[in-house]
Design a protein around this ligand. Structure first.
Ligand code: SAH
Length: 396
């Protein structure tokens, strides 16, 4: 029996779904049946009567349906248990779930794990979830039950950290809070053998940026004996790697005093007398006059493009930031530069950064292309999922 609400696609609009793209745009919909409201489950049918899948409906936004299953007209039995077990099995296989060196990872990465709208991060027993759609919010109890069943005794707490995203995307009032167990006084995550305090309740996103794990290791590998500047440092992820890699001195720069305080505590957690300083400043202001003082610079800004509409402005901002930094850097220095804006794809980012080098009058070599790690998978039908890209440049 199909779901009570469904949409019918315009003729021949099923091609992208056949390629397993999980988004149905409102422009592809011919008609709506059963009066679906934002947050409802809907089935999706072709003009010729074939069921293409079911998903979560959003009214008045360009993505009208986010598909959770293909080729069926209602959720299959054990859907949530199955999807979550599959997601957790991947992280266990990657050695990120309860490893000696790393015990924290992204457990559910939205579309990449066949669950558009759901993010779950795992910090050594504490699961922090972000529900990005009202559809996922409506499924919250099922998600919690399935997480509890799949995570078993390794689970300490489930914390819902959706208030900010739900207010931003859907204009709804929602309270963050603990849904299972109790949050420990201090949430400690381990990455590459280093400890991090994770500010689950007050921090940005779910409290820590797990997506830079692999790239932090590269920064560590190039830091021995170097003067390292970590710009947009947040709670010091790259700074700790640089110190662990034997940097001579590390400076962490951020505009958030609160993030820098956590970063200072993270340095103290891992090292007795590290040569580290936190600088509360605006990135461009500082870089203008100080990029000449460092052998290694990391630029990991927040997403400059929040959507396709702000792509041009974002490209301009990346060019300016990178040109300003490259201009002063000493010869034979290294720049790790990143973008987490989905709307700016890898080739556009690369052209922008290499263009910035020309603008700054510097010759550079590309030593490496950098990406998100394997616990942030990309579904085959959803190339938009490649969101984090970076370059390691040597400045000649
Ligand atoms: N590199 C970090 C994550 C960076 S998140 C990690 O590995 O954990 C982006 C950071 O940029 C946030 O901490 C935010 O406070 C900071 N930020 C945003 N705008 C800024 C600006 N103009 N100058 C300095 N920091 C800024």
């Amino acid at each position: 029996m199909p779901l009570p609400a469904y949409v019918i696609l315009k003729p021949e609009k099923e091609a992208s779904i056949e390629r397993r793209h999980p988004w149905v745009f409102s422009g592809a919909i011919q008609s709506r049946h059963g009066r679906p409201k934002t947050g409802d489950r809907v089935a999706v049918r072709t003009a010729t009567g074939r069921w293409m899948g079911w998903g979560h409906y959003t009214k008045d936004q360009s993505i009208a349906v986010r598909l959770l299953e293909f080729e069926v007209d209602e959720p299959s039995l054990g859907f949530w248990d199955g999807r979550l077990e599959q997601a957790i099995a991947l992280r266990k296989r990657l050695g990120l779930f309860h490893g000696e060196a790393t015990n924290s990872c992204r457990l559910v990465h939205g579309e990449g794990d066949g669950l558009p709208g759901l993010i779950v991060d795992w910090y050594a027993g504490v699961a922090v979830m972000q529900l990005h759609t009202l559809g996922m919010l409506a499924e919250r109890t099922a998600i919690v039950d399935a997480l509890v069943a799949a995570l078993g005794t390794e689970l300490t707490a489930i914390y819902d950290k959706s208030a900010n995203v739900l207010a931003r995307h859907h204009n709804v009032n929602h309270a963050d809070g603990t849904l299972y167990g109790a949050l420990p006084d201090q949430v400690l995550a381990k990455e590459h053998g280093c400890a991090f305090e994770v500010d689950v309740v007050h921090g940005q996103k779910t409290g820590f940026f797990l997506d830079q794990r692999d790239n932090r290791a590269w920064v560590g590998a190039f830091s021995r004996g170097k003067r390292v500047l970590n710009v947009f440092s947040y709670t010091g992820g790259f700074s700790i790697s640089a110190l662990a890699g034997g940097a001579e001195v590390v400076h962490s720069l951020d505009s958030s005093a609160r993030a820098l305080e956590v970063g200072d505590r993270n340095v103290a957690l891992n090292f007795n007398d590290a040569n580290h300083r936190s600088i509360e400043a605006d990135a461009l202001d500082y870089l203008k006059s100080h990029s000449a003082d460092y052998d290694v610079v990391v630029l990991d800004p927040p997403a400059f493009a929040k959507g396709a509409h702000s792509k041009d402005a974002a490209v301009h901002a990346y060019r300016r930031l990178n040109a300003m930094t490259l201009k002063g850097m000493p010869s034979d220095s290294l720049l790790f530069t990143f973008s987490c804006s989905q709307a700016v794809d890898e080739s556009l980012f690369q052209r922008t950064v290499l263009g910035a080098a020309v603008q700054a009058g510097r010759s550079v070599q590309v030593l490496k292309r950098l990406h998100q790690p394997a616990d942030h998978p990309v579904a085959g039908g959803h190339p938009e999922g490649f969101y984090l890209k970076g370059l390691l440049l040597r400045v000649l």
